[in-house]
Design a protein around this ligand. Structure first.
Ligand SMILES: NC(=O)c1ccc[n+]([C@@H]2O[C@H](COP(=O)([O-])OP(=O)(O)OC[C@H]3O[C@@H](n4cnc5c(N)ncnc54)[C@H](OP(=O)(O)O)[C@@H]3O)[C@@H](O)[C@H]2O)c1
Length: 296
């Protein structure tokens, strides 16, 4: 039985990958990698066949035991970890030494065009170590609206980013998890290539806040600020240096790039249409309702 270790199991994508792998499969054993195994167990109470391994990206001592007898590693880069050589080189070496052959890495759409983002360096490392690989390259998560951007939406009815009129491709994390589970399941068919996983809409934040305002029923405004101000705004909010820098780059660089290409990979892999942004906002509008309008 193929053994798949899922890193970032308790996060946006890891949780979805586990959910869809579990739905698809009786033929692979899914192991959730977590730095706090006891609290991870509580998050997956509905998954009796899931097993757990202690794994900490920032503690090399956790690698060998977590990687033992693993066939496929689903790997992501936690947002606060941006030093690729320091964290991913030893991790990949340990994976190699443990005999892991297949890596499915959560990258980002447009990675090929930007050599400075960590995902680009991680993809290069994975290739250079001779793993069989699949790079999952999603667009911009719709769930950013209900996670990293949520506090400002609720408190000030605004979104502040250095992105100007740059367009992002909007994709539901559930769609990414489902496509990734299909790729893991049929690894040999798809190996040694990268797959954009996108929704069908490219929209800038002026368009998105307009749509949000209509669906939520109260005005949400977009403020575009310069990248330096954004970086220091994030630092003042307590965001770690590396994360603040990556957030700045991921929202600023698209201003100088062509708008994202829309891929059909999700439909090809799953036979379904991706979530529309309007449906996502409708589904999640209670969470995004500004604080003083919240009657719950
Ligand atoms: N947001 C976007 O629009 C977007 C688009 C494309 C690609 N991406 C990429 O997606 C990745 C983030 O994925 P995500 O949103 O699923 O992440 P996430 O929701 O922030 O979750 C991060 C996961 O990593 C785990 N983690 C953090 N530090 C750890 C450590 N030291 N050891 C072990 N586990 C640790 C967390 O576990 P705990 O529960 O212990 O904290 C959590 O499970 C990033 O590389 C990002 O660049 C994001």
């Amino acid at each position: 039985m193929k053994r798949v270790l899922v890193t970032g199991a308790t996060g946006n994508i890891g949780r979805e990958v586990i959910h869809f792998l579990n739905e698809l499969n009786q033929e692979c054993e899914i192991i959730a990698a977590a730095r706090d195994v006891e609290s991870a167990k509580k998050e997956f109470l509905g998954y009796p066949s899931l097993s757990f391994e202690w794994f900490d990206f920032e503690n090399r001592n956790s690698f060998a035991s977590a990687f033992e007898s693993i066939d496929t590693l689903f790997l992501l880069r936690p947002p606060h970890i941006s030093e690729v050589e320091k964290y991913f080189q030893p991790l990949l070496l340990a994976a190699k030494e443990s005999g892991i052959e297949e890596i499915v890495f959560l990258s980002v759409q447009g990675v090929e065009k930007s050599s400075i983002i960590p995902h680009n360096k991680i993809e290069a490392l994975i290739r250079s170590y001779g793993f069989k690989y699949i790079f999952v390259r999603p667009g911009y998560f719709m769930q950013n609206l209900t996670t990293t951007l949520l506090a400002e939406i609720r408190k000030n009815h605004t979104i502040t980013l250095p992105s100007g009129h740059a367009k992002f491709n909007w994709i539901d994390i559930g769609n990414i998890g489902e496509a990734t589970a299909m790729l893991i399941n049929s690894f040999p068919e798809y190996q040694n290539a990268g797959y954009d996983i996108t929704g069908t809409e490219n929209k800038d934040f002026y368009q998105v806040t307009y749509l949000m305002s209509k669906v939520i029923g109260t005005e949400i405004c977009f403020n575009s600020i310069n990248p330096l101000s954004f970086y220091f705004k994030k630092r003042n909010e307590g965001v770690q240096k590396g994360f603040a820098l990556v957030m700045t780059m991921l929202h600023f660089l698209p201003r100088f790039q062509e708008e994202p290409e829309i891929s059909e990979n999700f439909e090809k892999l799953t036979g379904k249409s991706p979530t529309r942004l309007v449906d996502f906002i409708e589904r999640e509008k209670i969470k995004m309702t500004p604080a003083q309008l919240d009657v719950s």
